[in-house]
Each structure stands twice: as structure tokens, then as C-alpha cells.
Write a protein that binds this ligand. Structure first.
Ligand code: SAM
Length: 274
């Protein structure tokens, strides 16, 4: 039996440290270690990999990442109350868990991890999308991480993985689809969390594409914001401020179409022309 297996059950840790969940920090905990192990497995082989986890909370997923053989796990947690519980995990795996108390949105993640890195997290829902956009828009390619395995509200997960023509296809799908292969691994029912959120969640995997078309991410964000901001309109109207018909003609796109039928490549072409 490893020292990790000898750690007390999470419920006991939560009671001992008096860790009542705070809604303002998006605290919905996973206490079922079979489920956290399934999330860790979904990230693939973790041997010889450093894992970055934002929002470890009491550390259920953290334990599973370490048990799955991650060489190192670096966690960023904003809530100081979890430090004691996380320290206990660190003591069970000397040198393998680094705990950073801070705001996951404010820190430069790349500088905190080295070697092959995977990002795995049950993200706080209130900062999940800005965190994802930061990772999607990472400047250098290939990026500093090999993959991302992330929990989102199911509706957001569907928007990230959506294909053209689908009603959930929009800015997030284009931004993700430009440089990542993404898919929903499995759904997680509200009852799996303490406290249960109102909606179902999903685990998604995002794997960087080897050769995404070169594109200025700011321009891609600009053109998708305009196109999907008025998604019911024809593109010649929604993109009027960016060049309208003339721009669409240059890109070889029919101005009578709506944003939701354009492919990711169409948007990349448009971004290259503005
Ligand atoms: N990983 C744990 C689990 O699966 O049980 C907890 C997940 S809970 C959905 C989100 C965690 O993110 C909470 O522990 C919360 O305190 C933390 N958190 C919220 N905002 C944060 C931020 N800005 N930076 C780092 N952690 C944050």
C-alpha cells in the first residue's frame, strides 16, 4: 500500500479542516476517488509528465494524478484554507507535489512547470472560460503543454467541441478548433459533487494540432466576435465594420451565409485579411 492510499478519506479531511464550500470561489468538490482516478486516466500516460492543476481544493484529483504516476504535480489554489490538506498529500509523496497559493488567473503558468507538461483540472466554473482562452491563445507553437484535460459545465464543453452547423458552434469552438483537437470524454452528474451544482458537467480533452494555420489570435477573436455577436444576420451585415462584402469576396465566402456555417479555416482566412 502506498502512502497515498493511507491518507484519510476526503470527507474526514474536509470535516477536520472545516472546509465548508464557498460558492464565490466555484467550490464543488469531487470526493469519489474512483471518479478522480477516471479523470486522471482520461489524461493518458502521466509517467514522466509534470501536471499543472488549477484549483485542487481538498485534493481528490491531486491524489489521483499522483497515484497515476505523475512525476510532479504543481497545484495553484486561491483559498488558503486548503493548504493544510494539500500539505498532507505533499508529505505522502516527498518532492512530487508543489503547492502554490495564488490566483490561477494572474500567474504565468508556463514559468511554474518544466519538461513535458499536461494540464488537468476540475476548474472553478467562474474562471474556467478565461483560463481556457488564455491557454488556447498561448503565443508560441507548439505550446508548453502536451494536452489539457478539463472539467466544464456540459453546455460550455459542448460549445468548445462544437462543429460548424451546430447551434452551439461559436467563438469558443473556432478558437479551440483552430489549434486543438477537442472531444468530450465523459459527463459527470451533479450528484458527484459536494455541493451538487445545478447542471451536468463534462470532461474534455484538448490536444494541440501539429500544424495549425498561422493566424493572429487577436484578429481571430475580433472576427469571430463580430460574426457570432449577430449570429442570425448574414455575414455581409455582421462583418460590415470589418470590410463587409469586399472582405468576404477576397476570402471567397458568400456574404449571404451566416457565421454558424463557416468552417474554422474560413475564419482563419478572414482573420488573415483584416
Ligand atoms: N479540484 C477539486 C475537486 O475536484 O474536488 C476542487 C474543484 S472546485 C470546482 C474549484 C477549486 O478552484 C476550488 O478549490 C477553489 O477554491 C479554486 N479556485 C477558485 N478560484 C481560483 C483561482 N482564481 N485560482 C486558483 N484556484 C481557484
Amino acid at each position: 500500500m502506498s502512502a497515498l492510499d493511507q491518507l484519510p478519506p476526503l470527507r474526514e479531511v474536509i470535516a477536520r479542516y472545516d472546509l465548508a464550500p464557498k460558492k464565490s470561489l466555484g467550490q464543488n468538490f469531487l470526493l469519489d476517488l474512483n471518479l478522480t482516478a477516471k479523470i486522471a486516466r482520461s489524461a493518458g500516460d502521466l509517467t514522466d509528465v509534470s501536471v499543472l492543476e488549477i484549483g485542487p481544493g481538498p485534493g481528490g484529483l491531486t491524489r489521483s494524478l499522483l497515484a497515476a504516476g505523475a512525476k510532479k504535480v504543481v497545484v495553484i489554489e486561491r483559498d488558503q484554507r486548503f493548504m493544510g490538506a494539500l500539505e498532507e498529500i505533499a508529505e505522502a509523496c516527498p518532492g512530487r507535489l508543489e503547492i502554490i497559493e495564488g490566483d490561477g488567473l494572474a500567474l504565468d503558468h508556463r514559468s511554474l512547470v518544466s519538461g513535458p507538461v499536461k494540464i488537468v483540472a476540475n476548474l472553478p466554473y467562474n474562471i474556467a472560460t478565461p483560463l481556457l482562452i488564455g491557454w488556447l491563445a498561448t503565443e508560441r507553437w507548439p505550446p508548453w503543454f502536451q494536452s489539457m484535460t478539463l472539467m466544464f459545465q456540459k453546455e460550455v464543453a459542448q460549445r468548445i467541441c462544437a462543429q460548424p452547423g451546430n447551434k452551439t458552434y461559436g467563438r469558443l469552438a473556432v478558437l479551440a478548433g483552430w489549434r486543438f483537437h477537442s472531444d468530450i470524454a465523459f459527463d459527470v452528474a451533479p450528484t458527484a459533487f459536494i455541493p451538487p451544482p445545478k447542471v451536468t458537467s463534462s470532461i474534455i480533452n484538448l490536444i494541440p494540432k501539429t500544424n495549425p494555420a498561422p493566424c493572429d489570435v487577436k484578429k481571430l477573436q475580433h472576427v469571430t466576435k463580430a460574426a457570432f455577436g449577430q449570429r442570425r444576420k448574414m455575414l455581409r451585415a455582421s462583418l460590415k465594420g470589418l470590410g463587409g462584402d469586399a472582405l468576404l469576396e477576397k476570402a471567397g465566402i458568400d456574404g449571404r451565409l451566416r457565421a454558424e456555417v463557416l468552417s474554422v479555416e474560413d475564419f482563419v482566412r478572414l482573420a488573415g485579411l483584416i
